[in-house]
Design a protein around this ligand. Structure first.
Ligand SMILES: [Zn+2]
Length: 114
């Protein structure tokens, strides 16, 4: 038997074998109040995605209202439009998410006008 050192997230129950992996996880952990994660963004929602390539519809998938695409990986760290909310994507409607996008685009116009 070999004893192995493991690293536990300070915000959830996740355990990992490497420091680098855990540091990456903690930055986007949904339970981290300062975490950056597309699933907690005010522009994400649970919806049906119309795939133009395969002519099929994916039901109940996480979607970004800004890119209009399925959220396949976490971009929040690199996204200038990321805004954390207390609700995750499955608690939000498409209308909420689109309102958040509109609010941000209007805000940018106001800033540009100044
Ligand atoms: Zn965690």
């Amino acid at each position: 038997m070999t004893e192995k050192l493991m690293y536990k997230c300070d915000h959830c129950r996740k355990v990992m074998a490497t420091v680098a992996g855990m540091e990456r996880h903690e930055k986007q952990c949904l339970h981290n109040p300062d975490g950056h994660n597309c699933y907690s963004c005010d522009k994400s929602f649970l919806g049906d995605y119309d795939d133009d390539c395969s002519y099929s519809v994916a039901h109940d998938v996480p979607i970004c209202a800004y890119t209009q695409d399925i959220i396949r990986e976490n971009f929040a760290d690199r996204c200038c439009g990321y805004k954390r909310t207390d609700k995750s994507y499955h608690n939000r409607t498409e209308k909420d998410a689109e309102a958040a996008v509109d609010a941000e685009l209007n805000g940018q116009e106001v800033q540009n006008a100044l």
